[in-house]
Ligand binder design. Structure first.
Ligand SMILES: C[S@@+](CC[C@H](N)C(=O)[O-])C[C@H]1O[C@@H](n2cnc3c(N)ncnc32)[C@H](O)[C@@H]1O
Length: 266
C-alpha cells in the first residue's frame, strides 16, 4: 500500500537545464497510467521536468552531474538560500570564483556550493553547466534582462523528500525488475562519432542495450536520427515519433524537430 497521494502541483523545474522535456509530459501520462504503483527511474534526470510532471510516489533520479544531484539533495532536506543574488556581471564572476574555490577545497557538497550553483545556473549563459580541463566552472555571464530568483525551496521539499537521488554512470545503476524507466540521454548528433557533452555513439548503443535488458517498462527518448531509429528497432523497441516544439532559428526555420519515443514492455 502506498502512502498518501502527492498533491497535484504546477511546480516548475527549479534549475534551467538543457533539453527539458516538460512538453512531453502529456504524452508520457498515457504511458505512465496504470503503472503509478511502480518506481519511476530517470537515469538521466537533468532538470526533473518529467518527474515533476508525472509526480510518482516513488522515484530514483540519477544524473552523472554531481552538482545537480547535490543541489537536489539540499532541496530534499529543506533549503533556503541566503547568499546575495542579483543579475550583475561583477557579482556573477565573484560568485563563480567562490564556487571554484569551494570545489578546489573539496567543499562541493556544502550548502554554500549548492546556493552558488543555483545562482550561477540562473544567471550564467543559457543555464549551461560547463567545466574546463582543470575542473573549473567556466560559463560566462548570461544575457537576461530580468531573472526571477527563488530563495526558498520549501515548496519542493514534500515531493523531493520521497524520491531517491544518485549521481553515477548509468552502467552502475541498480534497477528492480518492476521499475518503470524513462530515459532521455543526451541527444544523438548524426554524422559525428563523438557528440557534444562527451556522450559518444558508443554511449548511445550502451544505453539502448542496457535498458533493452530491463524486465519492466522502458521509455527511451532521443533525437529522431536514422541511426537511432535503426538501433532501437534492432533491440526490439517499439518506435514512435513525436514532433518537438522548436524555437525559431536565425534563418527562420520553424519546422518541428522529430523525436523518437521508443518503448519496451508497455
Ligand atoms: C539531455 S539531459 C536530460 C534532460 C532531462 N531528461 C530533462 O527533461 O530535463 C541528459 C543528462 O544526462 C546526464 N548524463 C550524461 N552522461 C551520463 C551518464 N553516462 N550517466 C548518467 N547521466 C549522464 C547529463 O548530466 C544531463 O543532465
Amino acid at each position: 500500500m502506498l502512502g498518501t497521494a502527492l498533491p497535484l502541483t504546477s511546480l516548475r523545474p527549479p534549475l534551467k537545464w538543457a533539453g527539458g522535456k516538460r512538453w512531453q509530459v502529456p504524452h508520457l501520462r498515457y504511458l505512465w497510467a496504470g503503472h503509478e504503483h511502480r518506481r519511476l527511474v530517470e537515469p538521466f534526470c537533468g532538470g526533473l521536468a518529467v518527474t515533476l510532471g508525472l509526480l510518482p510516489q516513488r522515484a530514483l533520479l540519477n544524473d552523472s552531474n554531481p552538482h545537480l544531484i547535490g543541489f537536489y539533495r539540499w532541496v530534499k532536506k529543506g533549503f533556503a538560500i541566503d547568499i546575495e543574488m542579483k543579475n550583475d556581471k561583477r557579482h556573477y564572476y565573484r560568485c563563480r570564483d567562490r564556487f571554484n574555490a569551494l570545489l578546489a577545497e573539496g567543499k562541493g557538497h556544502s550548502r554554500e556550493a549548492a546556493s552558488l550553483f543555483y545562482f550561477l545556473n540562473r544567471t550564467g549563459y543559457n543555464g549551461l553547466c560547463r567545466f574546463n580541463r582543470g575542473g573549473r566552472f567556466n560559463v560566462p555571464f548570461g544575457r537576461y534582462r530580468r531573472i526571477h530568483y527563488l530563495d526558498d525551496f520549501s515548496a519542493y521539499e514534500p515531493l523531493l523528500s520521497r524520491w531517491e537521488f544518485s549521481s553515477m554512470d548509468i552502467g552502475q545503476l541498480r534497477l528492480d525488475d518492476e521499475d518503470f524507466v524513462y530515459a532521455y540521454p543526451p541527444y544523438d548528433v548524426e554524422f559525428t562519432q563523438y557528440a557534444s557533452a562527451g556522450f559518444s555513439w558508443a554511449d548511445q548503443e550502451r544505453t539502448a542495450t542496457l535498458f533493452s535488458r530491463h524486465r519492466g517498462p522502458v521509455v527511451l527518448v532521443n533525437q529522431g536520427t536514422s541511426r537511432i531509429e535503426r538501433l532501437y528497432r534492432s533491440l526490439g523497441y517499439a518506435v514512435g515519433f513525436l514532433e518537438a516544439p522548436r524555437r525559431i532559428s536565425c534563418n527562420g526555420d520553424r519546422r518541428p524537430a522529430k523525436e523518437i519515443l521508443a518503448t519496451r514492455n508497455l
